[in-house]
Write a protein that binds this ligand. Sequence first.
Ligand SMILES: Nc1ncnc2c1ncn2[C@@H]1O[C@H](COP(=O)(O)OP(=O)(O)OP(=O)(O)O)[C@@H](O)[C@H]1O
Ligand SMILES: [Mg+2]
Length: 226
Amino acid sequence: MLISLKDVVKIYAPAKEQPVRAINGLSLEVPRGDFVAILGRSGAGKTTLLNLMAGLTRPTSGEVLVESANLWSLGDREQSRLRNRKIGFVFQFPSLLPSLTALENVALPNTFGKRLAGDEARVRAGQLLEMVGLTDKRNAFPRHLSAGQQQRVVVARALMNQPDILLADEATSNLDEQTEQEIMTLFQQIHAETGVTIVMVVHSSYLVRYATRSIQMANGKILSGD
Ligand SMILES: Nc1ncnc2c1ncn2[C@@H]1O[C@H](COP(=O)(O)OP(=O)(O)OP(=O)(O)O)[C@@H](O)[C@H]1O
Ligand SMILES: [Mg+2]
């Protein structure tokens, strides 16, 4: 199994506020090659679930396993290595660095993984920009790109280290309908061409058809899935 969550609970306990049970005893298995869409109302725990899968948030109890490795029994260095090499993340909020060009933004994860030499990294970043249809924008800064183009750069960046898992949090929620369809089609194409496993939070049920299965969340639990 590529990703397994076993009876996971996540409680946020901010100072001076009531603790929140964001994930409430959730178990889930994601086999390699899946394209899973996660649906649920605001506050259902969708972002928290992705952050748990990415090893960005520590579960209060329960286990998160990536290829049978418990993310939280690894040392810091091993954990970040696994995260950098196996997982690509598309965040819910804009995350390009404004002072870097599109190409430099795409190549950035390589500087943490340090797997390719500079020239090779630029070549790969260029190929990824081509895949997302932005070859002509490789030297453009984010502020000179449309929202949809910026999101394509973010998707390309998430693929830079050839991850096994692509986690995407509402990657299309700020886009018009047509651009949204283009980005969803791009995810489908990436899934078909690279075989990467995708777990994606979507904000409406009509986007589920792009995935191979869907999961409905409420109150930190899975309500139903197919
Ligand atoms: N860092 C945090 N500290 C405290 N509470 C948090 C934190 N992050 C999330 N929460 C709470 O946990 C619950 C789940 O939040 P989460 O962000 O996972 O929801 P979501 O399903 O992604 O919602 P949305 O659709 O609005 O993005 C919410 O009640 C939220 O207020
Ligand atoms: Mg969210």
